[in-house]
Design a protein around this ligand. Sequence first.
Ligand code: VGL
Ligand code: ZN
Length: 210
Amino acid sequence: MTFALSSTDALIVIDLQNDFCPDGALEVQRGDEIVPLVNRLQQRFAHVALTQDWHPAGHISFATSHPGTHPFETIQVAYGPQVLWPDHCLQGSEGAAFHPLLDTTRAEMIVRKGYNPRIDSYSAFLDNDHSTPTGLAGALKERGIQRLFFCGLAYDYCVHFSAMDAVTLGFTACIIEDACRAIDLNGSVARVNAEMQQAGIIRLYSDMLL
Ligand code: VGL
Ligand code: ZN
């Protein structure tokens, strides 16, 4: 199966930042491998948006903000369970910068998320309280975009939550599997695959687009 792309399709590149690549603060294994493929995919789309995880010091998702906790533990916060992470993607830091080989020239929007110190934001559309919008959905809808293709890091966190919210917000959502890499914490990949299948999210491979 191949996909014919049109001007109502957009590529959403999630968090392709240094801290999620090898030797980064919250390394996703082989996260850097997808950069050349993501660059080629961008050439195929009339619309490209990038997201950037963008946390202040002392962010609620950092284990260091909760004495006695450790990274990768889950705690309860006001909006529900929150996985705690190593400090990462600090606003303005080298770790928060895009991978140096990522082509950022084609993006018509760069959406920053996770800048509220008290709410984490995995999704490109809504904070983890599921009520504070980033504005991306409105911007895409105003441009007449209906179908979204997701790639980037991490498959089982920010890519997954973005695709799920996209469906809820009325978009058709597709994930380009080989243009993602996963954290895979406590079986998260198997869990999100089941959830995404249930939600009608289409998983495909880049050769269907290139
Ligand atoms: C992400 C954990 C914490 C991601 C961001 O981009 O998937 N994961 N912050
Ligand atoms: Zn984060």
